[in-house]
Design a protein around this ligand. Structure first.
Ligand code: WTA
Length: 634
């Protein structure tokens, strides 16, 4: 990793310049530091109009050889993963690189014994335990494509994702601890499995001793399978552009988008960005609090840190259990040096009495990170003052599931930071601010839509099974550019601040939620004609959801109905998608072409009704006053 690191601001500027002037030479040099099964012939071929991006063609590389094998000689006895359980009284687990290597190889053979081959899709629905890391790496070892579904999602969300990519296997755990609760994951899976004909085998890790319902011939236990597996497993030969994983993210239509990442570019991109943004030293302990079910966990708990030979912490629990000091207790106990979390967690912890922080020694900390949504000024300062004690640079990292790795961020201790700003693009990233008519805004001190002009290695290559949609969502807003869906402001010195989504995705507690998916769930209720869901500002979650719901004439609004609608959303999408507020309305503001004018609904939900803008193009302008008058009672 040392040979990848930029060490000064001058070096950053030099690297950036080179990456723009000669991207192929720039990335070739970086890629050369990795372990390839065969070197590539062509560094880059791309055309955003098609769209098509191919990095390191002709090259062959297995990410697990980069995360595991290549470290064995020098770092075999170094801790790769420190696992911290939900319950502080349970033992932490320390897994060295050598131990992890053996576990991954062995489980890779379990996959093979169960008929999984290169290219097969495997769904993983697991809690934050080391076996989740082992399962994903085992897939990568044999070239199976993992599709990890966050273990807070509902049965129908799992089934939709399994069916979209026709997964052959599901790996899960019987139960999961989450704070003071225990959730039966297997039961949730069994319900999903009623609708997933492609699944042939289910492997179940026993996290608890409770009896588990198992289906003969289909289900087997992790430990029983291990007994039958050898621990020798050669890494599969993988072309650089072979699929590594699919990860679903919300879209503006109801259907989740299966973003496809490929081996070569993703390996190079995540490792390079990890090394440079966080600037770890040899014995540092790095902790990213995300769940592996999201891209942050894929890229910056597992692949990036392991490829860089770091010690990465995996935490099973939640920040509030057994009390609000849990994060700080772990930092203290494990001597965490690098701590990476989301603004929503910072805001919720900042609300608690400071004694929860002060009880713990945080002097091991060197670098703090933020990801997932814009960090507001107050949260930034609280984090800086109380956690970093003014001594730790904060890296506010902007990126997306689609970008695979960090795109705009300070390099810790190198790039001057500015509260609420993700600052400057990493080498290889060429951002552009665009106006609504599709022209690039070249000025400083400007607001616009954020696009990227040139490919970077870890860009998602397609939406699984729907390349046309990939083109429409990301490459049709602006000619020959990737559109991020975010708005941004560029200051006088070229620093970027991300201002939030400009599409129908709302980020609630750092989770991306497509409003269309939630509307579809609400519309399933037999009393509902139609609904519209928008986000509104919330002081802890960043955004919360507000649902406007039209009922059939013979259905009376009631608290019971509100509960039914919320439960329906929790069951079809997941508890995180429950609307905070539901307003029953007689109609929705619609344009003459029948499109709901969400801009107006967003303003009403945010109680920002001073200037609603032009409503004259509405089919039914009178409905706006009616909705506004009743919104006051919600
Ligand atoms: C938002 C998470 C402001 C943004 C890695 C983006 C951010 C979406 C930041 C992607 C940040 C992420 N500042 N906004 N530092 N990081 N976002 O796919 O709107 O879960 O488009 O990836 O989160 O969310 P996703």
């Amino acid at each position: 990793m040392e040979n990848l690191k930029i060490r000064s601001f001058a070096e950053y500027k030099k690297a950036y310049k080179k990456s723009v002037q000669d991207p192929e030479a720039f990335w070739s040099e970086i890629a050369n530091t990795f372990t390839w099964q065969k070197k590539w012939d062509k560094t880059l071929e791309w055309d955003f109009r098609k769209p098509e991006v191919k990095w390191f063609q002709g090259g062959q590389i297995n990410i697990t050889e980069n995360c595991l094998d290549r470290h064995l000689k020098k770092l075999g006895n170094k801790t790769a993963i420190i696992w911290e359980p939900n319950d502080p009284d349970e033992e932490s687990r320390y897994i060295t690189y050598r131990q992890l290597f053996v576990k991954v190889c062995r489980f890779a053979n379990v996959l093979r014994n169960n008929g999984i081959k290169k290219g097969d899709k495997v769904c993983i629905y697991m809690p934050m335990i080391p076996e989740l890391a082992i399962a994903m790496l085992a897939c990568a070892r044999i070239g199976a494509v993992h599709s990890i579904v966050f273990a807070g999602f509902s049965s129908s969300a799992i089934a939709r994702r399994i069916n979209d990519s026709e997964c052959k296997m599901l790996i899960t755990a019987n139960e999961v601890y989450r704070g003071s609760k225990k959730v039966n994951l297997k039961e949730i899976c069994d319900k999903a499995l009623e609708e997933t004909p492609s699944i042939e085998k289910v492997i179940v890790y026993r996290r608890t001793v409770e009896p588990t319902n198992m289906v003969e011939g289909r289900d087997s236990f992790w430990f029983d399978e291990l007994q039958k597996a050898s621990q020798d497993c050669e890494a599969e030969i993988m072309d650089a552009e072979d699929m590594l994983f699919i990860l679903y993210t919300s879209g503006s239509t109801g259907k989740p988008k299966g973003m496809v990442h490929t081996v070569g570019g993703y390996t190079v991109g995540t490792t390079y960005t990890f090394a440079n943004v966080f600037q770890l030293e040899k014995d540092d302990v790095y902790w990213c609090t995300a769940d592996i079910g999201w891209i942050t966990g894929h890229s910056y708990i597992i692949y990036g840190p392991l490829a860089a030979g770091a010690t990465t912490v995996m935490f099973e629990g939640i920040p509030s259990y057994p009390d609000y000091g849990r994060f700080w207790e772990i930092v203290d106990k494990l001597n965490v040096t690098h701590f990476y979390t989301a603004p929503t967690a910072i805001r919720s912890l900042a609300k608690q009495p400071l004694k929860f922080v002060e009880q713990h020694d945080l002097s091991s900390l060197k670098v703090l990170g933020s990801v997932g949504e814009p960090i507001n000024e107050e949260a930034w300062h609280w984090y800086n003052d109380n956690i970093g004690k003014g001594n730790c640079p904060i890296v506010d990292t902007w990126w997306q599931t689609e970008t695979g790795g960090i795109m705009i961020s300070p390099l810790a201790g190198i790039t001057p930071t500015r509260p609420t700003f993700a600052t400057l693009p990493l080498p290889g990233v060429q951002p552009a601010l665009m106006d609504e008519t599709g022209n690039e805004i070249k000025e400083l001190n400007a607001d616009g839509r954020l696009a990227i002009k040139f490919p970077w290695p870890s860009i998602a290559r397609t939406i699984y099974g729907d390349h046309q949609r990939y083109k429409e969502v990301y490459f049709s807003a602006f000619e020959n550019m990737y559109f991020t869906g975010d708005g941004a402001y560029r200051d006088a010195t070229g620093n970027y601040r991300i201002t939030g989504r400009v599409d129908d995705i709302v980020i609630v507690s750092g989770h991306n939620l497509g409003t269309a998916t939630i509307e579809n769930a609400i519309d399933e209720h037999e009393g509902v004609v139609e609904s519209a869901v928008v986000g509104f500002p919330h002081d802890v979650k960043g955004n919360a959801l507000y649902a406007y719901v039209i009922l059939y004439n013979d259905v009376e609004p009631s608290d019971k109905l509100i509960k039914e609608i919320k439960d329906l959303v929790a069951n079809t999408v997941g508890p995180i998608a429950k609307p905070d507020k539901i307003q029953f309305v007689n109609g929705l503001p619609k344009t003459r072409s029948g499109k709901i004018m969400r801009r107006i609904l967003r303003k009403i939900a945010s109680n920002d009704t001073g200037n609603l803008g032009d409503t004259s193009t509405l089919l039914n302008p009178e409905i706006v006053d009616e909705i506004m008058a009743e919104a006051k009672n919600i």
